[in-house]
Ligand binder design. Sequence first.
Ligand code: BG6
Ligand code: MG
Length: 226
Amino acid sequence: MKAVLFDLDGVITDTAIYHYQAWKEMASKLGIDIDEEFNEHLKGVSRMDSLQLILEKGGIGNRYSESEKVKMADDKNIVYKQMIEKVSPNDLLPGIKELLKDLKDKGVLLGLASASQNGPVILDRLEVTRYFDTIVNPAALRAGKPDPEIFVKGAQQLGVDPKDCVGVEDAAAGVQAINGAGMVSVAIGNQTTLAAANKVVPATEDVSADLLEKVWSGAINCNGVF
Ligand code: BG6
Ligand code: MG
C-alpha cells in the first residue's frame, strides 16, 4: 500500500450534517421536504447534482434555468459556509488524527478525494492540511462520484498506481468510485448500504493504518488482478 485517498465529509469530520441542514432549509423554501433517508442519496454527490436530485424529488426537476440553479446552489453554499465557520480541530472524527499521523510515519502518501469545493478550507480549520500530499480539485472533474475520476486523478497526482492505493469512504457512491478506479475500498458505516466495499467498519475509530494495510494485502492476494 503506497497511498491512501480519503473522502472528507463523514470520514475526516462530520460536516455531512451541515450539508443536510443547509439543503433542508433551501428545499423547504421550495416546498420540498427532505429527510435523513433521502439525504443518504446526497452523500458524496456534487453540489449541482445534489440540487438536481432535490428538485426531482419535488417533481420540479425541469422548472429552473441553469443560471437559476447556480444561484440556488450558491445560496445553499452561503448557508453551509456559515455553518462550517465553527469547525475546529475538536471536530475531527475519533481516531482520524492518529490515523493520519501513523500513515505519514509509515511513509504512506495521503490524498483528499472529496467532492466538496470547501475541502481545503475545512482541512485548514481542522489543522490537518500538512498531512495531505495532494488534494484533488473537484471543480476540475468531468464527472462526480460514483464516477471513478476523482480517485484516478488522486492517484495520478500522487504518482502511484491505483492498485497500490486504498480509498476510504462513508458513501455508497464513493465506494463505487473507489472500486471503479481499481483501488481497494474501506467503508465506514452501514454494512448493508456499503456492501460493495472490500471492508466495512462501523466507525472511524475502527480504521487504523494496520487495518488498511491488511485489507489492501488481503484484496491483492485473493483476486489476482492486483
Ligand atoms: C461531498 C458531500 O463531500 O461534497 C456532499 O458528501 C456535498 O454532500 C459535496 O454536496 C459537495 O460539497 P460542496 O462543499 O462543494 O458543496
Ligand atoms: Mg462522505
